[in-house]
Design a protein around this ligand. Structure first.
Ligand code: MD3
Ligand code: FE
Length: 203
């Protein structure tokens, strides 16, 4: 049953569980073409999260800033295409949360290893904030921080587990969020890591 965590934000616990192994297989296929890498922030520090992308647009960061682009900066080639299992999952989850017709053009693949985290931020590099975001957790559990529309609002901690899908739209779309440091663990399908797939409409 959908769990509403705020207006516009819905957790679909274990929604992706039955397709988790297929999703992980596709992550393997995509990251063979576009390897996971720790990108640099505009401040010049390497992120602790390793990232790759698939779809028409990929999210990148370097010392020039954050943006979407159609080519992988490592290879200079277009990002691997959006895979059907990815697109279908994102569409079905959005629909289950009340957002019909979601058609992502970007999937960011985040890999967290023990010690990796993502500080509080807003997702605001997309053109249309009326489009929702769908995120999928695979492997180890990690605590998600769900804040307010202003950075100074104290976030709520929400543990996310293997197969959980979260849909963020409407008034929740620009909320601050992050994830706490991943603790060491061993998951039968992913070993020492958590993967997060984040589906967005960039353009
Ligand atoms: C809440 N990733 O890649 S996904 C990111 O677990 C990112 O890898 C985290 O934040 C992760 O930008 C969290 C969940 C998420 C994504 C977008 C949101 C939560 C959101 C947008 C608004 C509010
Ligand atoms: Fe984010």
């Amino acid at each position: 049953l959908p769990e509403i965590i705020a207006e516009g934000a819905v957790i679909l616990r274990r929604f992706a569980l039955d397709r988790a192994e297929r999703l992980l297989g596709v992550i393997g296929e995509v990251t063979e073409l576009a390897p996971l890498r720790r990108m640099k922030t505009p401040g010049g520090h390497a992120m602790s999260v390793a990232m790759s992308c698939c779809g028409e647009q990929g999210w990148v960061t370097d010392t020039r800033g954050y943006r979407y682009q159609s080519d992988d900066p490592l290879s200079g080639r277009p990002w691997p295409s959006m895979r059907d299992v990815f697109r279908t999952l994102a569409r079905e989850a959005a629909s289950a949360a009340g957002y019909e017709g979601f058609c992502p053009d970007a999937c960011l693949i985040n890999r967290y290893e023990p010690g990796a985290k993502m500080g509080l931020h807003q997702d605001r590099d997309e053109h249309d904030f009326k489009q929702p975001i769908v995120s999928v957790t695979l492997g180890l559990s990690q605590v998600f921080q769900f804040g307010g529309l202003r950075r100074n609002e104290r976030p709520v901690n929400i543990p996310l587990h293997h197969g959980d899908v979260v849909v963020w739209g409407g008034p929740a779309r620009l909320r601050y969020h992050g994830v706490l440091t991943l603790k060491a663990g061993d998951h039968p399908l992913t070993g020492p890591c958590r993967y997060n797939l984040t589906f967005r409409r960039a353009r």
